[in-house]
Design a protein around this ligand. Structure first.
Ligand SMILES: *[C@@H]1O[C@H](CO)[C@@H](O)[C@H](O)[C@H]1NC(C)=O
Ligand SMILES: *[C@@H]1O[C@H](CO)[C@@H](O)[C@H](O)[C@H]1NC(C)=O
Ligand SMILES: *[C@@H]1O[C@H](CO)[C@@H](O)[C@H](O)[C@H]1NC(C)=O
Ligand SMILES: *[C@@H]1O[C@H](CO)[C@@H](O)[C@H](O)[C@H]1NC(C)=O
Length: 418
């Protein structure tokens, strides 16, 4: 009896979990946080209600060595219909790319060895899209400065797949907790938000690639097998930006409002996850399978590896301090009540100088309806780390050790901020 129940449970879970994910809808976000205007869609959009629709119509899955085009076959440039058009937006507008969690958040431990943050979403933008854009030519190659690879596009944002808000309706504790937290009894979609660059055009199409990195990791962090998903979309550019609507109103993020508002922390930080860090083991879901001998996690980058070899654990405050943090990046970590009581280790490196490992354990964060900037959650009990890691733009930086003031730390995705 118990065994057959377990089988049924597994079947139900695997049905749910294998739904996978793609971008469902694009929305403009006004400065007060509310979605405004008409939604947009991905290229070649087919609604779920269409005859013969299945997940496979929508998902673009890459496995193995991840070779293949960036975009699914029918997601060709400008493939839109009047019914499911491209989003219309202007430079500097904030955009939400919304997707369903499909169990990857609330039933996270069903698949063992999946990474921290429920994987990471990378958002790329380009005015020079090509059908020859491949996953490997773009992902982790195009950078924030636009100087990576063929230089045809740039990295606009990184977000944890779990935005701290989304859930499907199921009996998992995280789902029931979020249903109560947001006072909303229907599914809540996830979102990865980004700002259209100031130098984007005011006419024609601006192309956006959504990439979700979702590998299996061995317990040492080495990749057991690759798994990634992409969605390709164009934005129809206009000079007419969303009018200013005042500052973010977090009181709207409750009830059905949870489905019609952006994530406040995302509006001030483009890189919620260090874009050069590789996927990291989720402490709440490690892989029981150890890596075979000799299989190691990828080194974070060549400079980091060289620095680690040259000067292991010889960090000093003088060496570690000089990288500046932009004001926009500092107060913006996503604090998530469901990420409490974990241990996360972040290794940050200043090239050619030193490597510092920061470990933060048992982080307590206050349960709030929206994502709370760390600065405002400083009153909740939290340990002081021995140093602080900050991710600004695409550069990890370390503040001095023995900082004079106590700091609280919030852990989300792979980054630790103060
Ligand atoms: C455009 O999208 C539709 C719906 O997905 C698809 O049937 C069609 O083949 C696509 N066309 C091109 C030229 O990619
Ligand atoms: C994952 O993909 C990368 C990029 O193609 C490749 O170098 C690596 O060997 C792959 N790892 C596995 C375990 O397939
Ligand atoms: C990736 O896998 C494909 C199919 O197995 C193979 O043809 C190709 O050579 C591989 N590429 C790399 C870079 O390993
Ligand atoms: C935010 O501004 C938009 C546009 O003016 C408006 O429609 C919406 O009601 C505002 N949201 C809140 C919560 O006031």
């Amino acid at each position: 009896m118990r065994a057959s129940l377990a089988v049924i449970t597994l079947l139900v879970f695997s049905t749910t979990i294998h739904a996978h994910t793609w971008v469902e809808e694009l929305n403009l976000i006004a400065s007060n946080g509310t979605f405004v205007g008409n939604p947009g869609y991905t290229r070649g959009w087919i609604p779920r209600t269409a005859p013969g629709w299945s997940d496979f119509v929508a998902e673009n899955k890459l496995l193995g060595n991840l070779t293949g085009p960036m975009c699914k076959a029918q997601q060709t440039l400008g493939n839109y219909t009047a019914q499911y058009p491209a989003l219309s937006a202007a430079p500097n507008d904030q955009v939400a790319l919304r997707y369903l969690e499909n169990g990857h958040v609330t039933l996270f431990t069903v698949q063992q060895g999946k990474p921290l943050g429920r994987g990471t979403v990378f958002i790329y933008g380009t005015t020079k899209p090509s059908p020859d854009d491949t996953y490997l030519n773009v992902h982790r190659v195009w950078n924030a400065a636009g100087t990576g690879g063929n230089g045809n596009g740039k990295l606009l944002a990184t977000r944890p797949f779990d935005d701290g808000r989304c859930y499907q309706i199921n009996d998992a504790p995280l789902s029931t907790q979020r249903q109560a937290q947001f006072n909303y009894k229907s599914e809540v979609w996830c979102q990865a938000d980004f700002q259209i660059p100031a130098d984007a055009p005011t006419i024609g199409l601006y192309t956006v690639y959504w990439v979700w990195e979702w590998p299996f990791l061995y317990s040492n962090g080495a990749i057991q097998s690759n798994e990634s998903y992409t969605s390709c979309m164009d934005i129809s550019m206009t000079p007419n930006a969303v009018p200013n609507a005042g500052s973010f109103d977090s009181t709207q993020v409750t009830g059905s409002g949870v489905m019609s508002a952006g994530i406040q922390a995302y509006s001030t930080t483009e890189f919620s996850v260090n874009p050069t860090a590789y996927p990291q083991v989720a402490p709440d879901n490690p892989n029981p399978i150890p890596a075979p001998p000799g299989v190691e996690p990828p080194s974070q980058d060549p400079a980091a590896a060289a620095a680690a070899a040259a000067a292991p654990s010889t960090a000093t405050s003088a060496a570690a301090s000089p990288l500046a943090v932009s004001p926009a990046a500092a107060p913006s970590s996503v604090s998530n009540a469901n990420e409490g009581a974990k241990m996360v280790t972040v290794t940050v490196t200043e090239p050619a100088v030193t490597t510092v490992t920061v470990t933060a354990a048992s982080i307590a964060t206050s349960a709030t309806q929206n994502q709370t900037p760390v600065a405002s959650s400083a009153s909740s009990p939290a340990p002081s780390p021995s140093s602080a890691a900050i991710v600004a733009a695409d550069k990890p930086a370390v503040t001095p050790f023995l900082a004079p003031s106590k700091r609280s730390v919030s852990v989300r995705g792979r980054a630790v901020f103060v």
